[in-house]
Design a protein around this ligand. Structure first.
Ligand code: SF4
Length: 422
């Protein structure tokens, strides 16, 4: 999401006649588009601002802006201003499109802008973005989230769900495909609850999959409570919808899921997984898991391990629970000690590594349609419809942004290796 927001910022600045610098040393304007979903991202911003302070001392005309969801939090933004008074612009997630205008105001002599005002209008028309490559392009279909999972800061910093109009999204996708794009990832905090007032996610996906061209569509993120059977069946049916579903589980314990306010239990989650596997035996499944949520016991953790073994994901994104201030979980009793969290996550990673290796070995001898994403033509890499990375050999090196059939010949640490075949 943040990568794509930054692509849109690049395009907006280019419209204002401001181009991308080669690096921080050459820049006249430095912008941090921050994320606060994980504590680590916030810490990195603070660390990087220390380096920028030195640059600003050497070049006082340097304009420094911090925007995004970290600074959408009033208290964090105020603290940052006190700690780093050299920052010229502090704004949040709602005013990103106004940044070029704010920069002009600073250039005209204004010393400091602090603007966290909410703007809940849904942008109309096509999103302009300076996309970094043609292979995988992002298209926002909605913004915000209504779910209020108790560990998550997103609804507080990105607001309630707002969906873009279906017609705008279809036109943006069509333009990208006409421009040569082969893979589009539809983005939203909870894409399954897309609704522009007249159309739901099923209708949107169905119409996109009928656009002429050689491409495939992926999307993220799905919420298990909202992923409908209709959507699963559509993915199975339509060639242009990639057989890849990222379905965050977060925990295998019903007690923890309830405390997280996830609004599904393990039985409902497994029902969705069973339907996906039945309709698409070749589907690639991945998930997010949080380890060490407040009050998580060894038994709760073991239920997560059990669920992971049952689903057999291709890949897992595992996180140690970290407190996000302002969320209900941050003040829950029974915070789990750091050593316990670290020990559990290490175990989970090793369980998943074993599963991923086994699943990768099952690919040997099979042929996959792969979208090549390497430009240099030396080491050819690409991704399959089920979102696996594959390294392959081919006599034809000019394969960037082309679909190619690749037979898997070898596997190393769950990574696939193969050869292009006719
Ligand atoms: S659905 Fe996702 S974005 Fe929304 S509150 Fe839950 S974790 Fe956060």
């Amino acid at each position: 999401m943040n990568v794509h927001e930054t692509e849109k910022l690049y395009a907006l600045f280019e419209f204002s006649g401001i181009s991308q610098a080669d690096g921080a040393e050459d820049a006249d304007i430095i912008i941090f588009n921050t994320c606060c979903v994980r504590e680590g991202a916030e810490t990195r911003v603070i660390g990087n601002l220390g380096i920028i302070k030195k640059l600003k001392e050497k070049k006082p005309s340097l304009i420094v802006a911090v925007c995004g969801c970290m600074t959408q939090q009033q208290a964090v933004a105020e603290k940052l201003h006190k700690r780093c008074p050299f920052i010229n612009i502090i704004t949040g997630t709602y005013k990103l499109s106004r940044l070029p205008e704010m920069v002009k105001r600073i250039e005209s002599g204004e010393k400091y802008i602090f603007d966290l005002e909410l703007d809940l209008t849904v942008p109309c028309g096509i999103n302009v973005a300076k996309r970094s490559d043609n292979v995988n392009n992002f298209v926002n279909i909605m913004y915000g989230c209504n779910n209020f999972c108790t560990y998550c800061i997103v609804p507080y910093v990105k607001g309630r769900e707002r969906s873009r109009r279906k017609g705008d999204i279809i036109e943006e996708v069509r333009q990208l495909i006409n421009g040569g794009c082969k893979e589009i990832t539809l983005l939203g905090q909870n894409v399954n609850s897309y609704n522009d007032g007249d159309n739901d996610f099923y209708t949107l996906l169905n119409e996109i999959s009928d656009i002429e061209g050689d491409f495939w569509i992926k999307f993220m993120t799905s919420h298990p409570k909202d992923l409908s059977d209709k959507v699963i069946d559509l993915i199975a049916e339509k060639d242009r919808l990639a057989h890849y579903i990222h379905l965050p589980l977060q925990s295998g314990s019903d007690r923890i899921l309830a405390l997280m306010n996830r609004k599904y239990d393990i039985a409902a989650y497994m029902k969705k997984i069973d339907r996906i596997k039945k309709k698409m035996p070749d589907a690639g499944l991945t998930s997010d898991i949080i380890v060490g949520f407040p009050t998580e016991t060894e038994e709760d953790y073991l239920l997560t391990e059990k669920a992971v073994r049952q689903v057999q994901y291709n890949n897992l994104f595992t996180f140690i629970y970290s407190k996000r201030s302002g969320t209900p979980a941050a003040i829950m009793e029974g915070q789990v000690p750091e050593e316990t969290k670290k020990e559990r996550i290490a175990r989970l990673i090793s369980v998943q590594a074993e599963i991923a290796n086994k699943k990768a070995a099952e690919c040997i001898g099979k042929t996959y349609k792969v979208l090549c994403d390497s430009r240099d033509g030396k080491t050819l890499t690409g991704k399959t419809s089920d979102d696996r990375v594959i390294v392959f050999e081919s006599e034809d090196k000019d394969l960037y942004n082309k679909f190619v059939n690749v037979k898997v010949t070898n596997v190393k640490n769950s990574k696939l290796y193969g050869k292009a075949v006719k």
